[in-house]
Write a protein that binds this ligand. Structure first.
Ligand code: 5AD
Ligand code: FES
Length: 350
């Protein structure tokens, strides 16, 4: 590790701010010592705020229909090999009930951008979930909507919203998405969500095609400015039925390093050890926790649809019952000295 790398990691920890070129330097000069040093500092910072707690969110993938055509994503509209499904309101409520029994106190409803679910249907569903499980936080992850729709879901009881920004570089964004999708609209959505009062999660893939240390530095700068409650990052993994089928996957090492840098940038950030991280390495989520992650999001979807929500190849946990995933993650987190806790898992503000 160069002296400059070490001093930049120390500066990030103490000032929670770097210049664009400094982030770029840190990311471009990653070596084993830098990774180890960043992870050690990140774990220390995380323990000061969250101790050894790991928050758990139950992920319900309720529809894989999508009107968008993101070049990296397995459920893109143009993928004619995807077998499409939608869960009924009853099925979704059953998933929540099963999750509640298993100790989940927060549910994430995720889907492709599926206009079958009108605002009326969604608000009704949100109301029913909040009424049945008043002590639970409800998170939506259903893509870009109008500000009015976001407001309606919030008024119906939704607490949180996940919408990865995917990349903070407009030029990079244009290489990952069809011309019909707009970078500015996506960023506007994130600001709308925050203004309405949601706790917001943004995020990006690590190692996506055309990503550079510079675009990653822009992601870090965006997170500094936006100050999300959560930031979801995981390696890009190619999907066989997408234009990026032959692109290399993102690496475990770079993902772990960025998790650590994000922890140092914003100490109280909710940082998931993602399913994609567990997919590129069998111990990816454990290593993610050690590098600074403090959230896991096991799958609560019905087993018979899990294989259909394939954003990327070889996704793990598609054959497991919800109870198995919950138990499995308990053991995995314990194996590296952390505990999954039963709680809403709100961000801690000091
Ligand atoms: N590899 C890794 N992550 C992916 N996502 C979509 N496709 C892939 C892929 N091929 C991520 C995107 C999206 C989130 C739900 O999943 O970042 O926002
Ligand atoms: Fe699903 Fe381990 S988390 S089986």
């Amino acid at each position: 590790m160069h002296d400059k790398t070490k001093s930049l990691i120390e500066k990030l920890e103490s000032e929670h701010h770097l210049e664009l070129g400094e982030y770029e330097y840190l990311i471009a000069h990653r070596d084993q010592q830098a990774m180890d040093f960043a992870a050690e500092r990140a774990d220390c910072v995380r323990r000061e705020i969250y101790g050894t707690d790991v928050y758990v969110r139950g992920l319900i993938e309720f529809s894989n229909y999508c009107k968008n055509d993101c070049l990296y994503c397995g459920i893109r509209r143009d993928n004619k090999n995807a077998s499409r499904y939608r869960l009924t309101e009853e099925q979704i409520l059953d998933c929540c009930a099963e999750g509640y029994e298993l100790g989940f106190r927060t549910f994430v409803l995720q889907s492709g951008e599926d206009s079958y679910y009108t605002d009326e249907i969604l608000c009704d569903l949100i109301g029913k979930i909040k009424k049945s499980f008043p002590d639970c936080a409800l998170t939506l992850s259903i893509g870009e909507k109008s500000r009015e729709s976001y407001q309606a879901y919030f008024d119906a009881g939704a607490d949180r919203y996940l919408l990865r920004h995917e990349t903070a570089s407009p030029a990079h964004y244009a290489k990952l998405h069809p011309g019909s999708m707009s970078f500015l609209n996506r960023i506007q959505c994130l600001y709308d969500l925050h203004e309405i009062g949601y706790q917001v999660g943004c995020g990006f893939m690590v190692g996506s095609p055309y990503q550079t240390p510079r675009t990653l530095a822009e992601d870090m700068m965006f997170i500094e400015r936006f100050r999300p409650e959560m930031c979801g990052i995981g390696p890009f993994i190619p999907h066989k039925d997408t234009p990026f089928r032959n692109e290399p996957a993102g690496t475990l090492e770079e993902t772990l390093y960025l998790l650590s840098l994000l922890r140092l940038l914003q100490p109280n950030l909710l940082l998931p050890a993602t399913t994609a991280l567990g997919t590129i390495n069998p111990l990816g989520r454990e290593m993610g926790a050690k590098a600074g992650a403090n959230v896991v999001m096991p799958n609560l979807s019905p087993t018979n649809v899990r294989k259909k929500y394939m954003l990327y190849d070889n996704k793990i946990c598609t054959g497991d019952e919800s109870a198995q995933c919950r138990h499995c993650l308990d053991l995995r987190m314990e194996s590296v000295g952390y505990q999954v806790v039963v709680s809403r898992g709100d961000i801690i503000r000091k």
